[in-house]
Ligand binder design. Structure first.
Ligand code: AMP
Ligand code: GLY
Length: 432
């Protein structure tokens, strides 16, 4: 069959790489299309110029090219209802409807769902005006957690140490800093613990776990500096033990899927739960309606099952009929190489020489913000540029392999953190 993958990041490169191995694409005429894609994705897919925001154009493309499955990588087209448009035209799609994607698109929606379904999450107040929000601060102790309700490209959460800082941040939010995403704000209790992510695929009824991961959100080593989309990740996250994973399924993921189904907005696609492992057990920080980036890259390195079949069975509502996805016991770890200045003002156009990294033993270099320059060479074209990914029997081993591959890359205007995986490396060191 023909498959269309939407997106252009490292997440989509990893999905394209894995989809290209699917039995669904084994026929001589089967084609994987990607829109818009990037030079890495182009190694596995035919990249086409198609705007995911133009639903008519996407549907016309699907019709003209007999697309049997559309995979939506990023959140914006999901929240914008592309999934609904495609389902309306009977095109199988991997990704939730607009209504169900509010799990990511509206913090307030998710908090209220947690109330209705009895899901553990931080105590909160939804605020619709600056006055209301300033008033609500009195009901919390510092640090204050302030969240713009809507999509804000991962920048909509402010943790303010003092009341003055919180008031300033609220002024900014209601003043339009995040556009309409900030016209409503959730203020919530600060939770302490270690963060980890849990992934599950669901067709609205059946739910299959798809592994765990830990991200590194801060730009600087030792988890310092500004927040980013993620500077590196590894999977599995041993801190989410089998027992904790069962608890997350039973107390968080299953009630979410059941409640959405019962309320007439069944969720279909991947559900990404951001968790805080508190002393009282796992608490939901947020949901995303898509794979994490760069968490997807490490999950795909470990996935042994056929990704195309998994996604198609999910899209067609028969996830309960297929074998549960298998993941390797190995650890996968990815290091993000970003352009100097990221996240504020990433430098574009810096030359990249992949050197020997691509050939390094077991390592994969996923492209995120890259493009081909006039001479055909690779140049930086975004904040996060490359994801150097490797596997190993432990986080320590996977980390060593990833950095060995990374050190073979020439990217003078790039930078990376040298400590991805540090928590787990420290724990592994303690055990030996
Ligand atoms: P989110 O976009 O909701 O994932 O929030 C971004 C980051 O803010 C999270 O990864 C956490 O590090 C932090 N955060 C969000 N909510 C809380 C909370 N209630 N308590 C402590 N930290 C939080
Ligand atoms: N890496 C965090 C995210 O994808 O939201």
């Amino acid at each position: 069959m023909n498959i269309l993958l939407l997106g252009s990041g490292g997440r989509e490169h990893a999905l394209a790489w894995k989809l290209a191995q699917s039995r669904l694409l084994a026929g001589a005429d089967d084609t994987l299309y990607a829109a818009p894609g990037n030079p890495g994705i182009a190694e596995h897919a035919r990249c086409v110029d198609l705007d995911a925001g133009d639903h008519d154009a996407v549907m016309a493309f699907c019709k003209a090219n007999a697309i049997g499955l559309v995979v939506i990588g990023p959140e914006a087209p999901l929240v914008d209802g592309l999934g609904d448009a495609l389902r309306g035209a009977s095109v199988p799609v991997f990704g939730p409807s607009r209504n169900a994607a509010r799990l990511e698109g509206s913090k307030g929606f998710t908090k209220e769902l947690c109330d209705r379904a009895g899901i553990p999450t931080a105590r909160y107040i939804r605020c619709h005006s600056l006055e209301e929000a300033w008033g609500a601060l009195a009901r919390f102790d510092p640090p204050f957690v302030l969240k713009a309700d809507g999509l804000a490209a991962g920048k909509g959460v402010v943790i303010a140490e003092t009341r003055e800082e919180a008031q300033h941040a609220l002024d900014d939010m209601f003043g339009g800093k995040f556009g309409s995403a900030g016209s409503e704000v959730v203020i919530e209790q600060f939770l302490t613990g270690e963060e980890a992510s849990f992934f599950a695929v669901t067709d609205g009824t059946a739910i299959v776990p798809l592994g765990t991961a830990q991200d590194h959100k801060r730009a600087g080593e030792g988890d310092t500096g500004p927040n980013t989309g993620g500077m590196g990740a590894y999977s599995p996250a041993p801190v989410l033990s089998e027992d904790l994973q069962r608890e997350v399924m039973a107390r968080i993921v299953e009630p979410t899927v059941r409640t959405l189904r019962e309320e007439g907005m069944p969720y279909s696609g991947v559900l990404y739960a951001g968790l805080m492992l508190t002393a009282e057990g796992p608490s939901l920080i947020e949901y995303n309606a898509r794979f994490g980036d760069p968490e997807c890259q490490v999950l795909m390195m470990r996935l042994e099952s056929d990704l195309g079949e998994l996604m198609l069975s999910c899209a067609e509502g028969r996830l309960g009929e297929i074998e549960a996805p298998r993941l390797s016991d190995d650890t996968a770890l990815t290091v993000v190489m970003a352009a100097r200045g990221y996240p504020e003002t990433p430098e574009k156009g810096g030359a990249i020489d992949l050197g020997t990294a691509a050939a390094a033993d077991g390592a994969k270099v996923f492209h995120a913000g890259t493009r081909r320059g006039a001479d055909g060479g690779l140049v930086a074209n975004g904040g996060r540029v490359l994801n150097v990914t490797a596997t190993g029997a432990s986080v320590t081993e996977a980390q060593a392999s990833a950095y060995a591959a990374l050190d073979g890359i020439g990217f003078p205007t790039g930078f990376c953190r040298r400590d991805i995986g540090w928590r787990e490396v420290e724990r592994e060191r303690g055990e030996t």
